[in-house]
Design a protein around this ligand. Structure first.
Ligand code: DMJ
Length: 465
């Protein structure tokens, strides 16, 4: 072979070898334009429509579930998580009302909360859910209104939750009795362990009491320190022994908001340790979990120790990751992932809980009114100002109205294929789904995006950094 042919051969071989690294996103649906409409979105009109649907949901709650945790919109009754109400829907929905300028609704909700909400109850509650929905809701209520009663409730609740951290590792138990402080559930997961620094840290800053920040941060650092040699965490871990019980790694439910809180705690508090832990973690996530498949750019499941692929599932919860990528500055991956999420949403006209992205087959058919896909579209619209994200938001909103609306509120779906309703209006529909939709279309004066960090339940908390 002469030297010219040799150089051409070396060039071709090098190009092939380097190709996957040059553009990890190249295969991710680059030739397709999934946005079929070039319709110009009337933002003002859309914001008004979202607000009207919020009122429909709230009126349904008022009519059939007033004073209880959740509305059951089909059977027109209510549901309390623990047999007694902790006002999940009112507390979760309050800051959305304020942002939407719904003064009457916000005033009646405030009255209800201050007259009825008490945590002095002999019930064993799930630390994660109570923290993100109630602690987060009360703190944002305080920051928006400066009404000290919100802060008092937030402090009382956090004090009742604190016993969860009394473990050998500092990583929290899953359940705590609000009256007795008795804890249970020593097998937990990264999301439930690592998603409290935003709320507990904010409470410390607002009360000048470091205990909340310190406990939540120790839990987060401890969990990070249990990562594998290749930098990944698994799906479940014993908080007393620190032993992993399930070594499957992913970004989905059970792990998701652990990554979210690393990134956001850095941004919210300027915490340098969180910055370092996020940067290290995202490297491993993008190295082992990111997958440029023929159907798009996705994140898969792997073994936390070997990085070997275990499955190719992706779902509505995973769709939060585009927002994190965008917030961290990685707009390329965020946009590629969002294009995949849009495809997933449109497979059956509304988003399924889980698909296999290799076959594009639906694995879990329910839609429980989740916000994550919308949240990421909102972040991407904020960062890119690209009209396609408004169109995406409109598609999402229209399909939710079409399939989930009842005369008195909104219901999740048992199946996106049959569109049969599940008779549950989760509080996050008002806290997150409708809030992100509204903020996407509302005037930019509604909220200064750069001055807040949303907790994982979309409660906007003011940045200390
Ligand atoms: C919410 O409670 C939170 O966003 C949580 O982090 C994940 N699940 C729901 C919404 O889907």
């Amino acid at each position: 072979m002469n030297s010219k042919k040799m150089s051409i051969l070396i060039f071709i071989v090098t190009s092939i070898l380097l190709l996957p690294n040059i553009n990890i996103l190249a295969k991710a649906g680059s030739k397709e334009n999934p946005y079929t409409t070039n319709e110009k979105i009337d933002k003002k009109e859309m914001a008004a429509k979202v607000k009207a649907e919020f009122i429909n949901a709230w009126d349904g709650y008022k009519k059939y579930a007033w004073g209880h945790d959740e509305l059951k919109p089909v059977s027109k009754t209510y549901f309390d998580w623990y047999g007694t109400s902790l006002l999940m829907t009112p507390v979760d929905a309050f800051d959305t009302m304020v942002l939407m300028g719904l003064k009457k609704e916000a005033d009646e909700t405030k009255r209800l909360i201050f007259e009825k909400l008490s945590f002095d109850k002999n019930i064993s509650v799930k630390f994660f859910e109570i923290n993100i929905r109630l602690e987060g809701g009360l703190l944002s209520g305080y920051e928006l209104t400066h009404d000290k009663r919100f802060l008092k409730l937030a402090e009382d609740l956090a004090n009742r939750l604190l016993p969860v951290f009394n473990t050998k590792t500092g990583m929290p138990y899953r359940y705590v009795n609000l009256k007795t402080g008795e804890v249970k559930g020593e097998v937990s997961n990264p999301a439930e362990i690592g998603s409290c620094l935003i709320e507990f840290g904010t409470l410390s800053k607002l009360t000048d009491n470091p205990i909340y920040y310190d406990k939540a941060k120790k839990a987060l650092v401890e969990l990070y320190n249990h990562r594998s040699k290749i930098g990944l965490v698994g799906s479940s871990i014993n908080v007393e022994t620190g032993k992993w019980i399930d070594s499957e790694s992913h970004i989905s439910g059970g792990i998701d908001s652990y990554y979210e809180y690393l990134l956001k705690s850095w941004k919210l508090f300027g915490d340098k340790d969180c910055k370092r832990m996020w940067k290290e973690s995202i490297k491993a996530v993008n190295k082992y979990l990111a997958d440029s498949a023929s159907t798009g750019f996705w994140y898969r499941q792997v073994n936390m120790n070997t990085g070997k692929r275990t499955s190719t599932l992706f779902g509505s919860l995973d769709a939060f990751f585009g927002a994190e990528l965008a917030l961290s500055g990685d707009i390329n991956r965020a946009e590629a992932l969002q294009a995949s999420c849009y495809k997933m949403w449109n497979l059956a006209g509304i988003e399924p809980e889980e698909i296999n992205y290799n076959s594009m087959k639906i694995i879990s058919p329910q839609y429980v009114l989740r916000p994550e896909n919308i949240e990421s579209a909102y972040y991407l619209y904020h960062y890119t100002h690209n009209e396609k994200y408004l169109q995406m938001g409109k598609t999402y909103f229209d399909s939710i109205v079409k399939y989930c609306r009842t005369d008195d509120g909104y219901s999740g779906l048992k199946s996106v294929i049959t569109k049969e309703k599940d008779d549950e209006m989760q509080s996050f529909f008002l806290a997150e789904t409708l809030k992100y939709l509204y903020l996407m279309f509302a005037s930019s004066n509604t909220l200064n995006f750069n001055s807040v960090i949303f907790n994982t339940e979309a409660h906007a908390l003011i940045r200390f950094n």
